[in-house]
Design a protein around this ligand. Structure first.
Ligand SMILES: [Cu+2]
Length: 321
């Protein structure tokens, strides 16, 4: 999981625009802050010294003070101009973000749940669409339109290397546009507190060359392969006879519930449970045996299984490439 999660490392146009705006704000504010501190130091330096016994100096109360008045007026105008400049910079950035071409875009619908993500790929005819979870693949250099939805509470999708954050709100649909210009694995995170395991609600965005993306999408469209060896077959039967099939789907089997991550190609993913664990057989076994220990409060119950049954289930899930 060598994924990049870094606001200073823009891997796409949208993130680069936002980073540029951030620099304008930071340096403008730093300059203003430094100037104010300098003026304050000078003022303290030049202030008349006095003690408790010194009588108050009221000489200047009614006298005109053209010098200080000029300084204050100049500073007020400079502040106003500075603020206007920041507004102008924001407006230009906003327009630049909106101007990104969406020709030939990849359409993905992302639904947030407590505490995981569904990604539904919508390009082409309905028969071409497919579902995956917690890992989004996109082709490098192609615009991506993400339709954002939420299942339960408000979440926020934030992949800092690719785009700004945007809320996912139950009962409402919004859009986010981005383009990955460099291949790589970018980490995202839910950025709106959404309950107990909010911190463990990450995701990966994998930007890859078009040919690799097409191969990935073609593989994801396929139903799960039939398990070949005896242990995996037993695992499949356990999967269908245990509670698993009440929540999860594995396309090509009778399991088609939509209350949990689609597991049709779970073995092709890098992480488990929204970026919480690396996808290794031992982590998978630990997760199935007791998800509550790893992600307390998550909507998957622990399952009592003998160690052979657990190994069979892990072997079966491992075939779901
Ligand atoms: Cu959250």
């Amino acid at each position: 999981m060598n994924a990049l999660h870094d606001v200073f490392d823009a891997a796409g146009v949208q993130a680069a625009q936002i980073l540029g705006l951030w620099h304008v704000f930071v340096w403008t504010c730093t300059a203003v802050f430094t100037a104010i501190l300098l003026v304050l130091i000078v003022a303290l330096w030049r202030a008349p010294r006095s003690s408790g016994e010194t009588p108050p100096d009221l000489a200047s109360v009614d006298a005109p003070e053209p010098g200080p008045r000029r300084s204050v007026t100049t500073a007020a105008i400079a502040s106003a101009l500075g603020l206007v400049a920041l507004v102008v910079a924001s407006v230009f950035t906003d327009r630049a973000l909106a101007r990104m071409s969406l020709v030939d875009a990849v359409n993905i619908e992302v639904t947030a749940h407590q505490w995981w993500w569904t990604a539904r790929y919508l390009n082409g005819p309905v028969s071409d669409s497919f579902v995956t979870a917690n890992e989004i693949h996109v082709p490098v250099g192609k615009p991506v339109i993400v339709t954002l939805k939420a299942d339960d509470v408000i979440h926020s999708l934030w992949v800092p290397s690719l785009a700004g954050k945007k809320d996912l709100i139950p009962g409402r649909t919004s859009k986010m546009h981005f383009r990955a210009d460099q291949a790589g694995v970018y980490r995202g995170q839910c950025a709106e507190f959404c309950g107990y395991q909010h911190a463990l609600m990450g995701l990966l965005v994998i930007a890859q060359p078009q040919a690799q993306f097409d191969a990935w999408a073609a593989a994801q469209r396929k139903p799960a392969p039939e398990p070949a060896d005896a242990r995996a077959i037993r695992g499949r039967d356990l999967f269908l006879s245990q509670s698993c099939a009440m929540c999860h789907a594995v396309q090509g089997t009778l399991a088609n519930a939509q209350r949990a991550p689609d597991l049709t190609h779970v073995a092709s993913r890098q992480t488990l449970a929204s970026g919480t664990l690396p996808n290794t057989p031992s982590d998978l076994a630990a997760w199935i045996a007791d998800p509550q220990k790893i992600k307390p409060g998550t909507n998957m119950p622990a399952t009592q299984l003998s160690s052979e049954d657990l190994a069979a289930l892990v072997a079966y899930l491992g075939t779901l490439k």
